[in-house]
Ligand binder design. Structure first.
Ligand code: GLA
Length: 398
């Protein structure tokens, strides 16, 4: 993965646009990042807090409007698919095709009353590994959103685009995800993490100051496997737990409204061990996220790191979304000197973990975790140092 918004990279993409679409007259350039979540996992669709940040790796798009109704798409990540073409009014899903993210965005934006009535050409290149838990799909959704906003001069707010991204994921792609990824990508700022209350959508930009430490992303590279259905299962489990608490008399509309103590005093209303564990994670992780933000703001990185570790343990034992690959990465990292904390990030079941580590110990971390991972899992992990970059934006290119 490289940082893609440099001019050499854009020139190469422009040449590719020429090769695919003939020339690049009137083309515009867009960039949409990926995200890491520092803490607050599987809390967004439970009405809790999340604490993500947009990163400098993401998806780049080159686009221009057409005068006819043809949409022509090309991805450097799926070159074998060639140019995907459809009429701008033909928004039927194509099985297993990345174009569904484009179709989905057009579809939900049209349904909301925005006029997208002519075709366009779009070339994209994604630097975020698919299924890495760094939100390659939300990155693409927001890229398409800001591109449509610009090409069709739409008077659409950033929050609307964020919600359209989520709606595309939920209604078009079929994953019942929360709003964290699209929000982090839509509202990200350089050097800032976002404390977002997913119940109210109030948010605070928090300086992500880690002193002598950096966030290292550790990728399991585990092949994508039923992740979406397992994700939807967790959503359903926490909804069921919430329903049982409500039926039992609690006046709440989300699990995020409960303190740890209130939850623990009422678990008998849920009455099922698995559902109690799922809901316990959602409630405790939500409290932990608020405390972690306070620790970071106070400069108490030791405490912040301990909460990362506690978050991983809860995702492993109560939410059961980690697996041997993520556990090996996070737990091995936790034992390396100079590591303040480590946990899985994103939806889980594979994808990435993060470690907060002293800059001077990054190489040692990569060597130790890399060796243990390969010995235990049988293939190598990948490591990147994360930089917190800007949210989705049109690029200024001469
Ligand atoms: C995925 C989803 C998010 C969020 C995380 C888990 O990234 O898209 O909405 O639920 O998993 O925190």
């Amino acid at each position: 993965m490289n940082i893609v918004t440099n001019s050499a990279h854009l020139s190469a993409l422009t040449e590719k646009f020429d090769a695919i679409f003939g020339d690049h007259a009137s083309v515009d350039y867009f960039f949409s990042p990926g995200r890491v979540n520092l803490i607050g996992e599987h809390t967004d669709y439970n009405g809790g807090y999340v604490f993500p940040a947009s990163i400098t790796i993401g998806t780049t798009g080159l686009a221009r409007k057409r005068t006819d109704k043809r949409v022509r798409l090309y991805s450097l990540n799926f070159e074998a698919m060639g140019v995907i073409e459809f009429d701008v009014s033909d928004l039927t899903k194509i099985s297993g095709n990345w174009a569904n993210y484009v179709k989905g965005m057009i579809s939900v934006m049209r349904a909301a009353g925005y006029t997208i009535d002519s075709g366009f050409e779009l070339l994209v290149q994604g630097e975020i590994p698919t299924a890495s838990g760094l939100s390659s799909s939300a990155s693409l959704e927001l890229l398409v959103g800001i591109m449509l906003e610009d090409l069709f001069s739409l008077d659409v707010t950033r929050l609307e685009l964020v919600k359209f991204g989520k709606q595309t994921e939920n209604e078009f792609i079929g994953v019942n995800s929360g709003i964290m990824d699209q929000f982090a990508i839509g509202f990200g700022e350089i050097g800032k993490a976002i404390l977002l209350d997913c119940n109210t959508l109030n948010y605070e930009l928090v300086p992500a100051e880690f002193g002598d430490n950096v966030v290292v992303i550790m990728n399991t590279k585990k092949p994508h496997d039923l992740v979406d259905s397992k994700y939807n299962e967790r959503v359903a489990e926490t909804q069921e737990a919430l329903k049982r608490l409500q039926v039992g008399g609690l006046k709440i509309s989300t699990l995020g409204e409960l303190t740890n103590e209130e939850f623990e005093a009422n678990t008998q209303l849920i009455g099922d061990e698995t559902l109690i564990k799922r809901a316990r994670h959602a409630v405790h992780e939500n409290q932990r996220t608020k405390e972690a933000k306070a620790a970071l703001t106070a400069g108490n990185l030791e405490a912040f790191g301990k909460m990362l570790n506690a978050s991983h343990a809860s995702l492993k034992n109560d939410y059961e979304v980690t697996g041997i690959e993520l556990d090996t990465l996070a737990e091995t990292a936790q034992s390396v000197p100079g590591v303040l904390g480590a946990r899985m990030t994103g939806g889980g079941f594979g994808g990435c973990a993060i470690a907060l580590v002293k800059k001077s110990e990054v190489d040692a971390l990569i060597a130790t975790v890399g060796k243990t991972y390969e010995e235990k899992i049988g293939y190598p992990a990948e490591f990147y140092v994360a930089s917190i970059g800007a949210g989705a934006t049109k690029l200024d290119v001469d």
